[in-house]
Design a protein around this ligand. Structure first.
Ligand SMILES: [Zn+2]
Length: 296
């Protein structure tokens, strides 16, 4: 009897051990299945120079807590973690990017995944402007002032804070766009500048709204831009509003999406009342039309 009990005990022990081995093997197998692998979403996959694309990375559980590492066209991509613990990045495609298929290698922990972005060719329109010489040539004082302001703006736009935006970006005005992004301006036969934003038609004093939530980081009167307002949305993304007749917000103020921040005007170098609106993402001027389309 005693012997029999011993045998039964031994058998049940063996069964327990076997079950443990089986479970461990099954678990090891399961963790290698795609269900647990890093998940990468890149959209849109087809862009043109000046566009923005979104990267959403959900690393494997084993790599949890590791911020993914990725690059696009030689630039490091900065990620932030959202409420679902996914890593999100808004990536600018510089207007000078050559067309082609660009691999984006995403590394998180021991895992690596390659996605692709297709940068299509695009011919931006040109605009010829003829102005009398004295309107084009700036005095040394004006040139110095404009230079200082450009430097100040550049410094502000190089900051990176945590994301403040709330869902999709929405146009600052409902009116028509009179000049699109990327228009090459040829002044008196010489290429002078590339239009870095959108011009919105607007009556003098028409309200201008914040395209998303953020913090006012600049409220100043500039030589070219006139009354200029810059909102920091976080992660190196800024919206810029120029030629305003009046400001409706103060510096350092936190504002919500759709809040009236100023009124349309023609301050600075403007030929008529309109809003010049631009986006700057990590130091790169990007096409607002592309960001407005992006579902966030
Ligand atoms: Zn403009």
């Amino acid at each position: 009897m005693r012997f029999l009990i011993e045998v039964t005990k031994q058998q049940s022990m063996r069964r327990i051990i076997l079950r443990r081995i089986f479970l461990t093997a099954a678990l090891a197998l399961l963790t290698n299945l795609p269900l647990f692998a890093m998940n990468v979403e890149l959209r849109p996959e087809k862009v043109i120079p000046g566009d923005v694309f979104l990267l959403r990375v959900q690393p494997d559980k084993s790599a949890a807590g590791n911020t993914p590492q990725a690059e696009f066209a030689g630039r490091k991509i900065g990620f932030y973690q959202d409420a679902d613990n996914h890593f999100i990045a808004l990536v600018p495609v510089d207007i000078d990017t050559s067309p082609g298929k660009y691999p984006v290698t995403i590394k998180a922990g021991d895992e690596e995944k390659i996605s692709h972005v297709n940068v299509g060719p695009h011919k931006f329109p040109t605009k010829k402007i003829t102005l009398p010489g004295e309107k084009v040539i700036l005095s040394p004082e004006d040139l110095q002032r404009a230079g200082k302001e450009a430097e100040l703006l550049k410094n502000i736009l190089s900051q990176t804070t945590s994301p403040e935006w709330d869902g999709r970006f929405k146009a600052p005005m409902d009116t028509k766009v009179s000049e699109t992004f990327g228009v090459k301006r040829i002044m008196n036969g010489k290429k002078t500048s590339v239009h870095g934003g959108l011009d919105y038609k607007g009556q003098m004093g028409a309200p201008v709204k914040a395209v998303n939530a953020g913090t006012v980081v600049l409220r100043d009167e500039f030589f070219f831009g006139g009354n200029t307002l810059v909102i920091d949305h976080g992660m190196g993304l800024f919206s810029v509003y120029m030629h305003l007749s009046e400001f409706k917000v103060s510096k350092d103020e936190k504002i919500s999406k759709g809040h009236v921040i100023g009124l349309v005007g023609m301050t600075g170098r403007a030929t008529g009342p309109h809003l010049h609106f631009g986006f700057n993402l990590q130091g790169v001027r990007v096409n607002p039309a592309s960001l407005f389309k992006l579902k966030l």
